[in-house]
Design a binder for this molecule. Structure first.
Ligand code: GDP
Ligand code: MN
Length: 372
């Protein structure tokens, strides 16, 4: 069920003069991008784009993280693309590797099995390391220690509308902790035991089933159709996405390639102990748990729904999905392919279709952005 409108209204509905918000104090925040040296072009495109649409007015620092030493060419080119400070850091080897509780040999066996079974990126060791990193050690990187908020960027994404206010300041003002643009269903075969493992943490710590948590559960059958002992038995048989109680995850998650969220929350003891619990179960390798469902289940377990925010006003595109709001006066939201045709709403696209036709910039904004 949708939350009441006033629980999560958009922070902004129309373009404003960005200089008004930029005249206010900054939050203690950074934009953060994990990238490979080989992603130079895509990284530069993202930075050019976010600078043109937002950061040219707000000048937040941008932190670049890599599991390998940065190529001086990457550093030079990206330094030349930012309007604020750029910080380049290398991730410690232990944060981009297997936990002590797993033998690399058994992990590799599991990953080969996943490749065989057609699990998305299941056979790719570096992808498993990336998902584990973004689920845990990302938040405790020394380069992020000075900051209270982060905005996650990726190479090759596009922000399709001018962002004319400070989303960090808006999050702080409205008591928000986690912000997203796109919600999806997870690929079921990447994480059969993830929900059960999170739910075991919930019961071990006596965490209540809040409305925020139950929003992540499948709607149960009406009681007269619910064979209680059978659901119990199915739980015992380790049915995918089902806890022993019979509770079942609906596979909903927020796409984590966009996130604006509180570092304090994610590096805090509650989240980090949940991460350690998940890590100890080995599912980042024996299955291919993504950081997106881990974050999503965690925020619904540990936060009230009112601390989550859908940035419905931010135009965003990461292949193959996009969100395309209308923030010009009088424009509204459209669903799916109609939105693709009209250039606003949400849905999926293929890069080859050149799907970004967002008409969500004020005319004077468009002129200013073309300079960028
Ligand atoms: P997808 O969006 O799930 O298809 O995954 P991506 O390939 O976009 O990877 C997610 C993020 O992790 C991006 O920011 C990538 O640049 C980064 N990433 C993935 N693998 C590696 C890696 O091996 N090394 C580094 N440094 N970054 C990686
Ligand atoms: Mn990506």
């Amino acid at each position: 069920p949708r939350p009441p409108e006033d629980l999560d209204a958009p922070f902004a509905r129309q373009c404003q003069d960005p200089r008004i918000a930029a005249a206010q104090p900054r939050e203690n925040a950074a934009l953060v991008m994990l990238a490979r040296n080989s992603e130079l072009d895509e990284a530069r495109e993202t930075i050019r784009n976010i600078e043109a649409q937002f950061n040219q007015w707000f000048n937040y620092p941008i932190v670049f993280l890599n599991n390998e030493p940065w190529d001086p060419v990457f550093v030079r080119e990206l330094n030349a693309s930012v309007s604020g400070r750029a910080i380049f850091d290398t991730i410690p080897a232990k944060d981009w590797s297997y936990p002590d509780s797993i033998s690399p040999a058994s992990a590799r066996q599991s990953m080969a099995r996943q490749a065989q079974a057609g699990v998305w990126n299941g056979g790719k060791e570096s992808y498993h390391h990336m998902c584990r990193f973004y689920s845990g050690a990302f938040y405790t990187q020394p380069a992020l220690a000075p900051f209270k908020w982060y905005w996650r960027l990726e190479p090759g994404v596009r922000y399709t509308c001018a962002i004319t206010y400070d989303p960090f300041a808006a999050m702080a003002r409205h008591g928000k902790t986690y912000g997203y643009t796109i919600a999806l269903w997870e690929e079921p075969n990447t994480c059969p035991s993830l929900f059960r493992t999170v739910d075991a943490f919930r019961t071990a710590h006596n965490l209540p089933k809040t409305p925020s948590w139950t929003a992540m559960l499948d709607v149960p059958l009406p009681w007269y159709l619910q064979p209680y002992p059978v659901r119990k038995l199915l739980g015992f048989l380790r049915t995918p996405h089902t806890a022993p109680s019979g509770d079942r995850w609906n596979l909903c998650h927020y796409w984590s390639n966009f996130e604006i969220a509180s570092l304090d929350f994610f590096r805090g003891e509650a989240y980090q102990s949940l991460f350690r619990h998940l890590d100890a179960q080995g599912g980042f390798y024996h299955e291919r748990w993504g950081d997106a469902p881990v974050h999503s289940l965690a925020v619904h377990l540990l936060l009230p729904a009112g601390e989550l925010h859908h940035f419905s006003d931010i135009g965003y595109h990461h292949e193959p999905f996009f969100q395309c709001p209308g923030n010009a006066p009088g424009e509204g939201q459209l669903p799916g392919n109609e939105a693709l045709a009209k250039g606003r709403g949400a849905g999926w696209s293929l890069e080859s279709e050149g799907a970004i036709g967002c008409r969500c910039q004020c005319p004077d904004q468009r002129r200013r952005n073309n300079r960028g």
